[in-house]
Design a protein around this ligand. Structure first.
Ligand SMILES: Nc1ncnc2c1ncn2[C@@H]1O[C@H](COP(=O)(O)OP(=O)(O)O)[C@@H](O)[C@H]1O
Ligand SMILES: [Mg+2]
Length: 407
């Protein structure tokens, strides 16, 4: 029996999928630590937990450590695994594992994944391809960097997520505006990066003891930042069936080394990367956590299994059986146009009827729902089919015909 503590500040729907998968894993005593009241847990799940600890601040290492100690005391045995899937938990969980001697990634490795400047520095030191970057603490350093690499550049927070606070600066005026609205300081530095031209992708993989054992690749249609900046774009993500396509050779060659350089041990990681027009790869960023944006669902559909359950087996028992890929899969994210709340949806019924059984999952935006403000939009449709071409066409059809109105 493994004693497992899972930390989840809030009960996001996907977070609960991870908790549920853990609770169904064999030989596990699972305790959930959260800021939410226990009564908000779905009924079925509550009965499968070995315990519940309500904490005031689930991102605070000393609070988490306190919860872990209480669990160890209550069960009269040490905690074997301390887990969480949120981007923001990578470092706090590492600190607690270090302090309490719990197996798994420590804080040093956590920082490699959380701090975008440190990540790029390490990748570069290991000879791995990524954009040139600078951690900028003063406006002068920003000017110097831009003078060096030229426009356009990307500016982003050191520890961001969801493309928030990330901008493309194309002209000297853009730079002046940026330095005025969010001036970099030693306390609040900014990461500046050379702008990478190319197609954006993910490389989502499973490693056991630092050894990559399985991966999946997604194509972003188009890149995340472009989606966020252009309110009319409804994002699509395509998981092609041909994961062995030669156009992915570049990332296959370097991904394992990149994960090793950053200190990935056992679990799932989410790597984003660019394929430049000449085929060269630039590794963009890596999270030592499972991917978001329904990628877990997409990967599950394409491989005809439950990746949440597989993830739980990986992180608790360190075992995984690689899966073949009988399908391509894709997600079309339905995004509200205009401003206000969701007031109506046009064209969805017709396109669903037209596509028929290749639609395997959907979330229809509900009238009155506030906009998410993210590239994931207000809802989604997932399709799958043995032929990548069919999935690609279906995604194009969905986003060109469905309109979600905000008013
Ligand atoms: N150097 C770059 N060149 C071009 N686009 C970039 C670059 N860095 C980031 N982006 C775009 O901005 C998005 C957000 O940046 P990212 O580093 O992935 O931060 P986040 O943690 O917010 O996802 C990326 O998905 C990509 O579309
Ligand atoms: Mg990203």
């Amino acid at each position: 029996m493994r004693s497992v503590v899972f930390v989840a500040p809030f009960f996001a729907e996907t977070t609960l999928r991870f908790v549920s998968a853990l609770s169904r894993t064999e030989d596990v005593h699972l305790v959930l630590a959260s800021q939410e009241p226990e009564r908000k847990l779905p009924d079925g799940l509550r009965g499968r937990l070995g315990g519940y600890v309500r904490v005031r601040d689930a991102l605070d290492p000393s609070t988490i450590a306190g919860a872990v100690r209480d669990v160890a005391k209550g069960t009269s045995r040490p905690v074997d695994r301390l887990l969480g899937t949120l981007e923001e938990l990578q470092v706090p969980l590492g600190e607690v594992r270090d302090a309490l001697g719990i197996e798994g990634m420590g804080a040093e490795a956590g920082r490699n994944f959380r701090d975008k400047a440190r990540m790029k520095q390490l990748l570069r030191e290991h000879g791995l391809p990524c954009a040139r970057h600078a951690l900028v603490e003063t406006p002068e350093q920003a000017q110097l960097f831009v003078g060096h690499v030229g426009f356009p550049v990307i500016v982003k927070p050191r520890a961001g997520s969801g493309s928030r606070g990330t901008y493309r600066l194309s002209t000297p005026d853009d730079l002046v505006g940026c330095l005025r609205s969010m001036p970099p300081t030693p306390e609040r530095p900014l990461v500046f990066e050379e702008f990478v031209v190319g197609e954006e992708h993910s490389f989502d993989s499973i490693t056991l003891d630092g050894r990559p054992v399985w991966y999946s690749i997604n194509d972003y249609l188009p890149g995340a930042l472009e989606v966020l900046r252009e309110p009319w774009i409804q994002w699509c993500v395509l998981l092609p069936r041909e994961v062995d396509d030669p156009r992915y050779d570049g990332i296959r060659r370097v991904a394992g080394d990149a994960l090793a350089a950053l200190g990935m041990d056992t679990g799932m990681s989410h790597m984003e990367w660019f394929r430049r027009p000449d085929g060269d790869v630039a590794i963009s960023e890596v999270g030592a956590r499972p991917p978001g944006a329904r990628f877990m669902h997409l990967i599950s559909w394409a491989h005809d299994f439950d990746l949440f359950r597989a993830w739980a087996d990986v992180v608790v028992h360190g075992r995984f059986t690689p899966r073949p890929r009988p399908y391509a899969a894709g997600a079309a994210y339905l995004r509200g146009q205009g401003s206000g709340r969701v007031s109506g949806i046009r064209g969805l019924e017709a396109v669903l009827a037209e596509l028929g059984p290749i639609v395997v999952e959907k979330r229809v935006p509900a009238p009155g729902q506030p906009p998410s403000g993210t590239y994931e939009g207000e809802g989604y449709v997932i399709v799958r089919h043995p032929e990548t071409r069919v999935v690609r066409n279906a995604l194009a059809r969905i986003v060109s015909t469905v309109r979600v109105d905000l008013a």
